[in-house]
Design a protein around this ligand. Structure first.
Ligand code: ATP
Length: 226
């Protein structure tokens, strides 16, 4: 912790961490990432693609293609960066390990784990989930069709952490929960994969360049119905 000229305490720059499978990345991801990084006033906002997601049956596109698509989608957005530590690390992708490695490198930075409401509702299925709020703040973004549902243990761990003040998140390194209203973008990767496999149009749902990439690599059954 540092002291400014007035003697008040200031922490190192906060870091936003937005994990996902990005299978594929879509316009919803980019829009809510922009909204969150702006609302939280973050200069360091990282999209973290999962390598081998533990709580899914597996991904649909290989990790190298998911990373390429994310890079394409982030071109031109200087405030949003890709962080490949989960992809580069051998073994399973656990967010708790990702946060631990960031905490080690940035002991005095507020870490803000940014996730959509659907992901937050299922947080108690994540590996060692109870440690997540010890390592980072949780910033839960609205998502069309989803509302907060924190039952049982999850409610007990989360509810008393809630705040609506972003400044409180910046003053502490971890431990708080903030619900953030972002642009409603009713897009999911599941729907995009379904549409591509069915030969339905998806161009308006994807960031520029991503559709051509999907077609060139024949991902998600692209071209199969032609
Ligand atoms: P799938 O349909 O395969 O589950 P998805 O569209 O939910 O994919 P993920 O890569 O699983 O995309 O999501 C990564 C993160 O982005 C999660 O925290 C998820 O809640 C959030 N997210 C994805 N799409 C939106 C959206 N349209 N609005 C708000 N949050 C979103």
């Amino acid at each position: 912790m540092k002291r400014d000229g007035n003697g008040s305490a200031s922490r190192d720059a906060p870091i936003g961490i937005f994990g996902g499978t990005f299978d594929p990345v879509h316009r919803g991801h980019i829009q809510v990432a922009l909204d969150a990084s702006e609302a939280l006033e973050l200069d360091d906002f990282r999209l973290v693609p999962a390598g081998d997601p533990p709580h899914r049956d597996g991904t649909h596109a290989p990790v190298a293609n998911r990373v390429d698509m994310l890079r394409l989608a982030l071109r031109g957005y200087t405030g949003l960066q890709i962080d490949t530590r989960e992809v580069d690390r051998p073994g399973r992708s656990y967010m708790v390990d990702t946060l631990e490695s960031l905490r080690e490198a940035h002991p005095d930075s507020p870490l803000m784990l940014v996730l959509g409401q659907d992901a937050a509702n299922g947080l108690d299925r994540w590996h060692e989930w109870q440690r997540l709020p010890q390592l980072a703040h949780l910033v839960v973004m609205t998502r069309p069709g989803e509302r907060p549902m924190y039952g049982g243990q999850l409610g007990a761990v989360l509810n008393h952490r809630e705040t609506s003040e972003i400044d409180r998140l910046k003053a502490a390194t971890s431990g708080l929960l903030l619900h953030l209203e972002v642009s409603p973008v009713d897009i999911s990767s599941t729907e995009i994969r379904r549409r591509i496999a069915a030969g339905d149009p998806v161009v308006t749902l994807l960031p520029p360049g991503v559709l051509s990439y999907i077609e060139a690599h024949g991902l998600y059954g692209a071209g199969d119905s032609a």
